[in-house]
Design a protein around this ligand. Structure first.
Ligand SMILES: Cc1cc2nc3c(=O)[nH]c(=O)nc-3n(C[C@H](O)[C@H](O)[C@H](O)COP(=O)(O)O)c2cc1C
Length: 181
């Protein structure tokens, strides 16, 4: 894809075909992700590629959270939807004692995630970046073997071949572009 088409066409994917993209491709996406801009080159990102045991445990945790908050029917619906997701990745940022570095490291991780998403999109693989409640639960950190004192979850990324590609809109550019003399 040409760059412009790639940037315009990439969408957050909510439903995936069952087939899991090859790990080799995800490894390449991670390799390219880390070429994102990163002030002071701290390389603050960590990429956790989840196996089925871990993703299953996260699905169960999320089902339980949903059951407590929204009841049995909502929980069962989530369980079914999440069980259909083929690929699971978590990106974290290593914490910094310096608040400015912490902010810039988070920004760099967001750039890295977008690098990864755009590369995968060009390869026919869709991604959904989620920051739902489950990703802030202490049990989530336990499940991915991460210490919340040391790292913060930037996103839970689902990936796979898209079943459907949703539409998305943006405001007219005049609303967001400010021309100065
Ligand atoms: C930091 C971040 C967190 C997000 N978290 C969620 C989420 O928890 N649930 C969700 O449905 N989408 C989430 N998204 C995806 C956005 O909803 C999505 O990017 C937006 O609707 C625009 O759609 P597009 O990516 O197809 O352009 C998140 C995106 C970002 C950048």
């Amino acid at each position: 894809m040409k760059t412009e088409e790639l940037l315009r066409s990439r969408r957050t994917i909510n439903s995936f075909k069952p087939e899991k993209p090859p790990e080799k491709l995800i490894r390449k996406a991670i390799d390219l992700a880390r070429w994102a801009p990163n002030h002071h080159l701290t390389e603050p990102w960590r990429f956790y590629l989840l196996g089925s045991e871990t993703s299953q445990a996260i699905i169960e945790l999320n089902t339980e959270i949903t059951r407590q908050k929204k009841g049995h029917t909502a929980a069962e619906k989530k369980l079914k939807k999440w069980s259909e997701i083929p690929g699971w990745l978590v990106v974290t940022v290593v914490k910094s004692d310096d608040p400015l570095q912490q902010q810039e490291d988070y920004a760099a991780c967001c750039c890295a995630i977008h690098n990864l998403s755009l590369f995968l999109w060009d390869q026919g693989v869709g991604v959904k970046w989620t920051t739902g409640e489950v990703t802030r639960d202490p049990a989530f950190y336990d499940l991915i073997w991460a210490d919340p004192e040391i790292e913060t979850v930037v996103g839970l990324l689902w990936y796979g071949y898209p079943k459907e590609i949703p539409n998305s809109q943006r405001k007219p550019i005049e609303e967001i572009m400010i021309r100065l003399p």
